[in-house]
Design a protein around this ligand. Structure first.
Ligand SMILES: Nc1ncnc2c1ncn2[C@@H]1O[C@H](COP(=O)(O)OP(=O)(O)OP(=O)(O)O)[C@@H](O)[C@H]1O
Ligand SMILES: [Mg+2]
Length: 251
């Protein structure tokens, strides 16, 4: 279907393609998986499983011959590989054949002008990420976590503009499905670090550690997913060798 608007011609696709999450049991809650080409937030307190979730999502693509990029800021790439190995996931064949690239963008933040929007140039980071996605034909991307890409000295208006620009840029092509992880402070009801990411992202998955009868369990809940039905129930999940995150029962 084509839309014409003041000389602009826009082709609209009327069906939404879904991308399998790779998380056992989650795609049923998402009625097929993540909306293809969209950017979704994986949000949770420290240690709730955001990094493993992201890796599992990328592995699902890699097993099917997709090209994937993992952008890390908080963790060294070699630690990512080792931690995956501890769970029984061998990333090395994918790194060797080039289908997986782990990008450490910490260098962007080692500039003497750290925190200076004009100095480091947040727009440049977005341009660089987009160039890499296009050059490699990336179909799955994880940015883990997204918050440090937003410079803290920016004004609230700049933060809103920046996050919007980042997510719009990622979604404009409609080819690459992106997970942005977001940490929230322990005990907080917040969904993201800046409190803005959740509005711009197309979807939100919440990971929690919940105390039930004096025992902590891991839980997962789809909070929002634009353009598709979702089941809103919160499910318990486990982290198992080789299988990673595995959904169990509604709580
Ligand atoms: N090999 C493993 N086997 C079982 N459980 C594991 C294994 N590796 C990690 N875990 C568990 O998974 C939890 C979540 O790890 P993960 O690094 O994905 O959390 P995170 O939300 O990304 O944390 P952070 O906010 O610190 O980045 C760990 O705290 C640990 O309890
Ligand atoms: Mg992590």
């Amino acid at each position: 279907m084509s839309l014409k608007c003041e000389g602009l011609s826009i082709t609209l696709k009327l069906t939404m393609d879904k991308v399998k999450s790779g998380i056992e049991g989650l795609d049923t809650l998402l009625f097929g998986g993540f909306p293809k080409g969209r950017a979704c937030l994986i949000s949770g307190e420290p240690g709730t499983g955001k990094t493993l979730f992201s890796l599992q999502f990328l592995l699902e693509g890699l097993k099917n011959g997709e090209i994937c990029t993992y952008i890390t800021i908080d963790e060294r790439p070699e630690h990512i590989v080792l931690d995956a190995q501890a769970l029984g996931w061998d990333l090395t064949p994918y790194l060797d054949n080039g289908s997986l690239e782990i990008m450490d963008v910490t260098a962007y933040f080692s500039s003497p002008k750290i925190g200076d929007y004009e100095g480091i140039n947040g727009a440049q980071i977005i341009e660089d990420i987009m160039a890499i996605l296009k050059k490699r034909g990336v179909t799955r991307l994880a940015i883990d976590p997204v918050a440090p890409l937003v410079f803290s000295r920016n004004t609230a208006v700049q933060v809103v503009e920046y996050i919007r620009k980042l997510i719009f840029s990622l979604e404009d092509e409609g080819v690459c499905t992106t997970l942005l992880t977001s940490y929230v402070p322990v005990g907080s009801e917040k969904v993201s670090h800046h409190g803005i990411e959740e509005f711009a992202a197309s979807g939100i998955i919440l990971l929690r550690l919940v105390n039930l009868q004096n025992k902590y369990i891991r839980t997962i809940r789809a909070r929002k997913m634009r353009g598709t039905r979702i089941e809103l129930s919160e499910y318990s999940f486990e982290i198992l060798p080789s299988r990673g995150l595995v959904l169990r029962n509604p709580i």
